[in-house]
Write a protein of this length. Structure first.
Length: 245
């Protein structure tokens, strides 16, 4: 780990506008394996924070969320790199298959022990007392449990919940069927897809890939890396199906 000065929230996160009222946030100092995307969707009546990164530095202060507007934090799945800051938000939602796991954030479900064991887990210290061995995720019980087909409303957008297991039991995506925006979590992204973790299921993942081939979308905002279009998403899904035969 680098001996540089502890990070401040303002320089721990990077961000870019990736769509209309959609900002992608990520943690450039986190090891690439755990460097996930956080998405802030500005809605008319409700703002969404989709996933919560590692939680090493407070996330909420950098989002500039309006005080008077409700905020819903959506967990696409239980893994450590997506739930670290979930406890900073009062209204938290996630899929039924993993709902109980958010109550204690145990290593056996979040896989936080893999992060603690990772050499050079961070490129700089998130704070003066930082130690990988002391890293823990705060429990963040869900306020609402999601199932396949449920809707998340922002006032000007409607997102349908898609249960997309394989990477984890409770992995979900959010699809705006009107404009084709799709928040995919770790169901699909550029690069090596991970299907051999505790809680992963290759056969379920194959079914998810077959389903993704049928979804009509404009742009997929993935749990890692850059957004991708429908053609690239389908190419990744087909490649997975071919490799997993």
């Amino acid at each position: 780990m680098s001996a540089t000065a502890p990070a401040q929230a303002s320089d721990w996160f990077s961000h870019e506008i990736v769509g209309q009222d959609i900002t992608r946030i990520w943690e450039p100092h986190v090891h690439p394996y755990f460097r996930s995307n956080i998405f802030n969707v500005r809605g008319r009546d409700v703002d969404l924070v989709i996933d919560g990164g590692m939680g090493l530095v407070p996330l909420r202060p950098v989002l500039n969320l309006p005080r008077a507007k409700p905020v819903v934090a959506v967990a696409t799945h239980i893994h450590v790199d997506h739930v670290g800051a979930l406890s900073e938000f009062e209204t938290r939602v996630g899929h039924r298959e993993e709902a109980a796991f958010f109550e204690d954030m145990a290593d056996e479900h979040t896989l936080a022990h893999l992060f603690r064991a990772q050499p050079e887990a961070v490129g700089r210290s998130p704070n003066g007392a930082w130690s990988p061995q002391r890293f823990r995720i705060r429990p963040a019980a869900l306020a609402r449990i999601l199932d396949e087909g449920d809707m998340i409303e922002t006032g000007d957008r409607s997102y349908r919940v898609l249960h997309l297991p394989g990477h984890s039991r409770g992995s979900i995506g959010l699809l705006d069927e009107r404009n084709g925006d799709f928040f995919a979590g770790d169901a699909i992204y550029r690069g090596q897809l991970i299907d051999d973790l505790q809680g992963s299921d290759v056969q379920a993942y194959r079914k998810t890939m077959q389903r993704l081939l049928q979804i009509e979308l404009n742009r997929a905002y993935c749990g890692h890396g850059e957004p991708i279009g429908q053609n690239e998403l389908r190419s990744i899904a087909r490649a997975y199906l071919d490799s997993a035969r």
